[in-house]
Write a protein that binds this ligand. Structure first.
Ligand code: NAD
Length: 501
């Protein structure tokens, strides 16, 4: 039996429970199995992975009440106690590493070569924030001549976490771990197109010993359950990862209850390659950052800006690599690009092939679907493009790259910034001064110089413009999940101006 066949057998074992028993919600520590059912289908072959109970506003109400009831004890537990529990969550994630990876591959279509690390990265998120929990309440001391001002921080309350279908396990841990470390309780709504790994994560958190109601999971659709969560008065803040247009809807939905929001939204990220760059490494990075994770990645380098002196040679090298990419079953260890999440998403991605030709770009590689069953799209490279084309402006969110030439540094910056998005930028040059100059002028939340996207957990992650509001990572996460209080004490009984004496 090939490794691929062996992996498929193992995955069947892990998925059997979801096929036998519809997926319920987890509210106040118990499974709740009520509501209409919807089918969750695998991108690999379109077959059902099982049915899922679709939540309603009543489920959100129950989950928000459970989170509100659990909040007083959780927020007053010691940081050390929270640290211990969150490390236990990480241990249990590691213990179920293979199950999480295989389930995620079959539910999302992401290749095992990338998903095999998803659980470990998720565990790392818990460990990182576990260790910050004992300091989460610490503030600053700000003395003046007459007063001491000092600040303290306290968790804001029960929070909503709404996650998308791309790399759902990792993204959920990235939001939930800091919320718990801060002392918040959580109601989580995962994406309807990939709900399985969220169930594993919540089971693990409950098994680790998080008290009932500290974490709650409600499945279902954005327009109903997601909306109800963002409108619920007991929910004090919403951390959302998804499309920019959904972020805008959530802001409106949360306005009535003055929700604090944290948004990680879409991107149309440039990778800028100057003619003095290390060309081979730049090719590696340009290809990796768009075609890994099927291009279904917010920080994908979907716009390739290349200096005109090397544009033809560089895009030819990229084209050769794109032709060689191994498209196939996500559980085949050699697969580099798997199937896209859903037939509706395939339709969206494929629509850009016509748009590209209509706008005058060249489909240099790809542009077609594969013959396999499942939701596969061949990796695609557009050349002869300019930045005003829709393929350069709109987030396609698939294995599709648009290559655009530029003449000099000023034009590179102008094109890089000419988009509604501002999430990430990548920059390839051996000129140190230019690296700093261009990085400084890129209107994005994160720049990587001579590197692919490399994450250091204490550093801020997030975007500008239509790519987001707020930052994740280290203390930046606590800024969102906590309220800061200032306490001002006079050194001596303060001489207050006496009015009306
Ligand atoms: P989406 O906005 O369609 O859905 C995301 C989540 O929001 C889902 O759980 C969905 O059910 C829910 N939702 C939908 N409508 C809602 C509403 N009215 N109220 C409340 N919740 C609602 O996004 P998607 O298609 O699942 O994910 C892909 C998008 O996510 C891309 O745009 C991608 O760039 C973005 N993303 C951004 C980051 C980042 O860090 N910036 C990371 C990953 C993904």
């Amino acid at each position: 039996m090939s490794v691929r066949e062996e992996n498929i057998q193992i995955a069947r074992g892990h998925l059997e429970r979801f096929q036998k028993h519809p997926l319920g919600h987890l509210i106040g520590g118990s499974s709740v199995e009520t509501g209409a059912l919807f089918e969750n289908c695998s991108p690999v072959n379109g077959e059902s992975l099982g049915s899922v109970f679709s939540g309603t506003a009543n489920h959100i109400d129950a989950a928000a009440s459970a989170a509100a009831d659990a909040f007083p004890d959780w927020v007053s537990a010691s940081g050390k106690a929270r640290r211990q529990l969150l490390h236990r969550v990480a241990d249990l994630i590691v213990a179920r590493e293979q199950e999480i990876a295989f389930v995620e591959c079959m539910d999302t279509g992401q290749a095992l070569r990338f998903m095999s690390k998803a659980a470990l990265r998720g565990a790392e998120n818990y460990r990182f924030f576990a260790d910050l929990a004992p300091q989460a309440n610490d503030g600053h001391s700000l003395p003046t001549q007459d007063h001491i001002n000092y600040t303290t921080r306290k968790a804001i309350g029960p929070v909503g976490v709404i996650t998308p279908w791309n790399t759902p396990f990792m993204l959920s841990t990235w939001k939930i771990a800091p919320a718990l470390a801060a002392g918040c309780t959580v109601v989580h709504k995962p994406a309807e197109w990939s709900p399985l790994s969220a169930r594993l994560l919540h089971e693990i958190m409950i098994e680790a010993g998080l008290p009932a109601g500290v974490v709650n999971l409600v499945n279902g659709f954005g327009e109903t359950v997601g909306k109800a969560l963002t409108e619920h008065p007991a929910i004090k803040a919403v951390a959302f990862v998804g499309e920019s247009s959904t972020g805008s809807a959530i802001m409106q939905q949360g306005a009535e209850t003055l929700k604090r929001v944290h948004f990680e939204l879409g991107g149309k990220n440039p990778v800028v390659v100057f003619d003095d760059a290390d060309i081979e490494r730049a090719v590696d990075a340009a290809v990796f950052m768009i075609y890994s994770l099927n291009g279904e990645r917010c920080t994908s380098s979907s716009r390739l800006l290349v200096q005109s002196t090397i544009y033809d040679a560089f895009t030819q090298k990229v084209a050769q690599r794109v032709k060689n990419l191994k498209v196939g079953h996500p559980l085949d260890p050699s697969t580099e690009v798997g199937p896209l999440i859903h037939p509706r998403h395939v339709q969206k991605v494929m629509s850009y092939m016509d748009i590209a030709e209509h706008d005058g770009a060249t489909i240099s590689v790809g542009g077609t679907r594969t013959a396999n069953e499942g939701w596969y799209v061949n990796p695609t490279l557009f050349t002869n493009a300019n930045n005003s084309m829709r393929i350069a402006q709109e987030e396609i969110f698939g294995p599709v790259l648009t290559a655009i030439p530029f003449s000099d540094e000023a034009e590179a910056i102008q094109i890089a910034n000419d988009t509604q998005y501002g999430l990430a930028g990548y920059l390839w040059t051996t000129n140190t001064g230019r690296a700093h100059r261009v990085a400084n002028q890129m209107d994005v939340g994160m720049v990587w110089v001579n590197s692919e996207n490399n994450r250091h957990l204490p550093s801020p992650f997030g975007g500008t413009k239509a790519s987001g509001i707020g930052r994740d990572g280290g203390d930046y996460s606590f800024d969102f999940y906590m309220e800061t209080k200032n306490i001002c004490v006079a050194f001596d009984t303060h001489k207050v101006p006496g009015l009306g004496k």
